[in-house]
Design a protein around this ligand. Structure first.
Ligand code: NAD
Ligand code: ZN
Length: 343
């Protein structure tokens, strides 16, 4: 089969013919239809310091996909050939304290699809049945392809109650964009996006943000005044990993406010913690998705009218992977999809 492979330690990816994955008795074999490109894939492609210490080539990369089941192991009763499914990209151990308690997102032994095991940028991918999600009828295929990052957005946006609250989203990359729509859908009063890139600020408004600012030009205190806010933001969703963004959020929170932090800092961040103390803020890290409460919430929010499709801006054949990666890297894009149906 064809697969997009990190063949050796160093920059770049190669489209190669590789053996088809074998499945065990508890596994599901899926023919990949569409995939999303994530920042993780860009890190692996460019072979940055994180990739150098994390990835062992050769590796098929990619973890965001939708596909059709072609085969199941002998223990698998709930899935059958022809089902349209996505995969949860975190393969957990199933045996630790948290796994046994049903808190699988807290498993410390998590292995990432396309990071610690062969991923989905391929004609076929194999996953344990416990990582496979049946799509409800009517979920558009491109949306199904990005349930993994959509789940990051939902997990973060619903980490704290947003009904009637004022929400700040720092970073309007693909995940921040989806989080804006989720916060609106979940009943936030005002959703303010802070983002450096003008293309993404425009998308933020399309996703439902009331205001989208460039933090280098507009002060969030002024935005609060414009909107008639008096207390500060109740909830912030940190979606950039940037130190200034986190500090800006901390400065603009209401007393008792909560910050859900998905963005992964690429360097140490210094923060004036006296603000956390005196404002009695909560800062919570968010990793992955809750298995499978987040997936359930994604599905039912789509069924009750949530629309995340404006966050999907570009489509390529997998054969044009270089152009697809360049588009994702440019920043002048939302989610970039690769189509594998002509493999
Ligand atoms: P992205 O890199 O495409 O988007 C980040 C955005 O933040 C960019 O558009 C950038 O312009 C903006 N930004 C940078 N500095 C800023 C600042 N000072 N103020 C406002 N905006 C600023 O990333 P993404 O794919 O949307 O993912 C969002 C974040 O979540 C990334 O940091 C990513 O590494 C992280 N992530 C975390 C998890 C997890 O499980 N915790 C999973 C996936 C991604
Ligand atoms: Zn575990």
């Amino acid at each position: 089969m064809l697969a997009l492979v990190k063949a050796e330690a160093g920059p770049g990816l190669r489209l190669e013919t590789v053996p088809e994955p074998q499945i065990g008795i508890n596994d599901v074999l899926i023919r990949v239809r569409r995939t999303g490109i994530c920042g993780t894939d860009l890190h692996i492609e460019s072979w940055d310091p994180w990739a150098q210490k994390t990835i062992v080539p050769p590796l098929i990369i990619g973890h965001e996909f939708v596909g059709e089941i072609v085969d199941v192991g002998s223990n698998v009763a709930d899935f059958r050939a022809g089902d349209i499914v996505s995969g949860e990209g975190h393969v957990v151990c199933g045996r630790c304290r948290h796994c046994l308690a049903g808190r699988r997102h807290l498993c410390a032994n998590t292995i990432g699809l396309g990071v610690g095991r062969d991923g989905c940028f391929a004609e076929l991918v194999s996953l344990p049945m416990t990582n496979v999600w049946h799509h409800a009828p009517g979920v558009p295929e491109e949306v199904a392809a990005i349930f993994d990052p959509f789940g990051n957005a939902v997990h973060t946006a619903l980490a704290f109650p947003v009904l009637g609250e004022d929400v700040l989203v720092t970073g309007a990359g693909p995940i921040g964009l989806m989080a804006i729509a989720v916060a609106r859908h979940a009943g936030a009063r005002f959703v303010v996006a802070s983002e450096l890139n003008p293309y993404r600020r425009a998308l933020a408004l399309r996703m439902g943000a009331h205001v989208a600012i460039d933090p280098r030009e507009t002060n969030l205190h002024d935005v609060q005044a414009q909107l008639g806010m008096t207390e500060g933001f109740d909830v912030a969703l940190e979606m950039s990993g940037n130190a200034d963004a986190l500090r800006g959020a901390t400065d603009n929170m209401a007393h008792g406010g909560s910050i859900a932090m998905l963005g992964i800092p690429t360097a140490d961040i210094s923060l004036d913690l006296t603000k956390l103390v005196f404002k009695m803020l909560t800062l919570r890290g968010i990793y992955g998705r809750e298995m499978y409460e987040t997936w359930y919430k994604m599905t039912v929010m789509l069924q009750s009218g949530l629309d995340i499709t404006p966050a999907i801006t570009h489509r390529f054949s997998f054969r044009e992977h270089e152009a697809a990666f360049a588009t994702a890297r440019s920043g002048d894009s939302g989610k970039v999809i690769m189509d594998w149906t002509d493999a």
